[in-house]
Ligand binder design. Structure first.
Ligand SMILES: [Zn+2]
Length: 159
């Protein structure tokens, strides 16, 4: 199965997962603008980088026109879409326009699914008496009484 990865995957996927995918060369420049450290990391062990030819870029623009999504697409988006089309690949993207166009062309589409990555709960102590709130670093075992009024405190997830 050929997998074309959009730039969100380059940013958020574990590096070892990227190496089996295909990306457009122009995405590496885009990645460099978004995150230099990430660019250097991905460049040291990159996915297969290709330049889609003119014919498949034209096909990508035509496909985008058919769904009315052409206006919202960048040149890099067009290249990602062209690679997906010319390889009949699974497209990994969170961009709803690219998802829409690729599905309309009968390609399989999967979200990059950045949700949950790097999500860390913050915790707070809340006083049951005076309602004072204190940020704490982690979910601690021992919950002290309130410094202000001496009432018991509760550990809560910060909103
Ligand atoms: Zn208190």
């Amino acid at each position: 199965m050929v997998e074309v990865l959009d730039t969100a995957a380059l940013l958020f996927w574990p590096p070892e997962r990227l190496v089996t995918g295909i990306c457009a060369e122009s995405q590496m420049e885009e990645l460099r603008k978004l995150s230099e450290p990430r660019f250097l990391l991905v460049q040291s062990n990159p996915p297969e980088l290709r330049n889609p030819d003119e014919k498949s870029q034209l096909a990508a623009r035509e496909a985008a026109s058919r769904t009315g999504d052409l206006n919202g697409l960048s040149p890099v988006d067009i290249e990602v879409l062209a690679l997906a089309l010319e390889n009949r690949a699974t497209l990994h993207s969170d961009d709803y326009r690219l998802q829409n166009i690729a599905r309309n062309e009968g390609l399989e589409v999967k979200p990059v699914n950045t949700k949950g990555i790097g999500k860390v709960w913050r915790w707070q102590l809340r006083c049951t008496g005076c309602r004072a709130v204190t940020d704490v670093d982690s979910k601690s075992e021992n919950i002290p009484d309130c410094d202000i009024c001496g009432s018991p405190q509760q550990l809560k997830k910060a909103r």
